[in-house]
Write a protein that binds this ligand. Structure first.
Ligand code: NDP
Length: 309
C-alpha cells in the first residue's frame, strides 16, 4: 500500500521527503521510479498527465497538491467513483493574503508604474490613492478570499465580496450569485479574482464585468488564467476602462514569449507564485487522508464533483 506523486514540474523529491519525514511507514513513489502499480492507493497530483491515473488499478483517492483542482476535472479519464481532495492550509491562505495586499498597495501607490518608467529613465510623478478611500471587491470568499479580505481590511481598505451562494459571517457586504453581481462590481475599485475555475466561471473576467466596474478600476487575477478573456482585458485597458491589471495566472504557463501581456505597460506579470503549497505544512493532511482512505473513512477537504470545486 503506497502513495504515488505525479507532478508536471518534476518537484517530486521535496514532497517525498516531507511525507517520508512525517510518516516513515508509508511507501511513497514518484514518476520515473519503478512503481508497484497495484500497491498505489492514493495519487498526490499537480497537473499530472491526463489519463495517467488509469494505470493504478487499486486507487482509492486523488489528492490534489494545491487549492485548485480544475486540472483534475480536466482529466476525462479519472474514475467517477474516486474521491478528490484539495489542499486547505494556513500558509496557502496567509501567503495569498500577503501577496494580494502587496499588489493592491503597490498599484495604488503606483510602484509598478514607476518601475516601468524607471526602465525608460522617465521622471514623472503620478497621483496616488489612500487605502481608506478605496473599496476592493473579492470574487470568491473561500479559504483564500476570506484571508485576503481580512488583511485588506486590517490596513484600512473597504471590502465587498461575492460568492456563489454561501453567506460567510463577515463584517463587510457580501453579494451572491448572478443576480447580485452587478451591485458587487459597481463598488469594486480594485477587483480581486479568487474564484475556482469551473464551467460556470470560465471566461467570467470579460468585457461585461469590466464595463460594470467603476471607471479606471484595477484587476488582480490570482485564481486561474482561463477565468480571464485576455483580448477583452487588453481592449478595456487600451480604452481606459481599466487602469491596470496584475496577473499571476495565464491560459498557458509559462506565458508564451509573444503574448501581448508581456509588452503592455499596464499589465504586471508574476509567474504563478501568489501562494505555493508548502510540502512540510501540507504533508499532515495528505498522510491523514491516506490513512482515512485505508480505513474506509471519508477524507478531509473533499471537493464537490457537481460544483467543480
Ligand atoms: P474555495 O473553494 O475555498 O472558495 C471558492 C469561492 O469561490 C467560494 O466563496 C465560492 O462560493 C466562490 N465561487 C465558486 N464558484 C462561483 C460562482 N460561479 N460564482 C460566484 N462565486 C463562486 O477556494 P480557495 O479560496 O481555497 O481557492 C480559490 C482559488 O484560488 C483556487 O481554486 C485556485 O484556482 C486559486 N489559487 C491560486 C493560487 C496562486 O498561486 N495563484 C494558489 C492557490 C489557489 P461559495 O462560498 O458560495 O461556495
Amino acid at each position: 500500500m503506497a502513495i504515488v506523486i505525479l507532478r508536471n514540474d518534476g518537484l517530486v523529491d521535496v514532497w517525498k521527503a516531507a511525507l517520508n519525514a512525517q510518516a516513515p511507514d508509508i511507501p511513497v513513489y514518484g514518476s520515473g521510479e519503478d512503481i508497484p502499480r497495484s500497491d498505489i492507493k492514493m495519487a498526490a497530483v499537480w497537473k499530472h498527465p491526463p489519463g495517467s491515473l488509469k494505470s493504478y488499478p487499486n486507487l482509492q483517492g486523488i489528492q490534489g497538491l494545491g487549492a485548485g483542482v480544475d486540472f483534475i476535472f480536466d482529466d476525462a479519464e479519472i474514475r467517477k467513483d474516486l474521491p478528490i481532495m484539495r489542499v486547505v492550509d494556513p500558509y496557502l491562505a496567509s501567503d495569498m493574503a500577503e501577496f494580494v495586499l502587496a499588489l493592491t498597495t503597490g498599484m495604488l501607490k503606483r510602484i509598478q508604474d514607476y518601475k516601468y518608467n524607471e526602465s525608460l529613465s522617465l521622471w514623472k510623478p503620478k497621483t496616488y490613492q489612500r487605502f481608506k478611500e478605496v473599496t476592493v471587491g473579492i470574487m470568491g470568499l473561500g479559504k483564500l478570499g476570506l484571508a485576503v479580505a481580512e488583511s485588506l481590511k486590517s490596513v484600512g481598505f473597504s471590502v465587498v465580496g461575492w460568492t456563489r451562494n454561501s453567506v460567510p459571517e463577515v463584517n463587510f457586504p457580501v453579494f451572491r450569485g448572478g443576480g447580485e453581481r452587478i451591485n458587487f462590481l459597481n463598488r469594486s475599485q480594485v477587483l480581486v479574482c479568487l474564484l475556482p475555475l469551473t464551467p460556470e466561471t470560465r471566461g467570467i473576467l470579460n468585457r461585461d464585468v469590466f464595463n460594470a466596474l467603476p471607471s479606471g478600476a484595477r484587476l488582480i487575477n490570482v485564481a486561474r488564467g482561463p477565468l480571464l478573456v485576455d483580448g477583452e482585458l487588453l481592449n478595456a485597458l487600451d480604452q481606459g476602462m481599466l487602469a491596470e491589471a496584475c496577473l499571476d495566472v495565464f491560459h498557458a504557463e509559462p506565458l508564451p514569449a509573444d503574448h501581448p501581456f508581456w509588452k503592455h505597460p499596464a499589465v504586471h506579470i508574476t509567474p504563478h507564485i501568489a501562494s505555493v503549497s508548502d510540502p512540510k505544512s501540507v504533508a499532515p493532511q495528505i498522510i491523514s487522508n491516506y490513512r482515512r482512505l485505508l480505513r474506509g473513512e471519508s477524507p478531509e477537504n473533499l471537493v464537490s464533483r457537481n460544483a467543480g470545486y
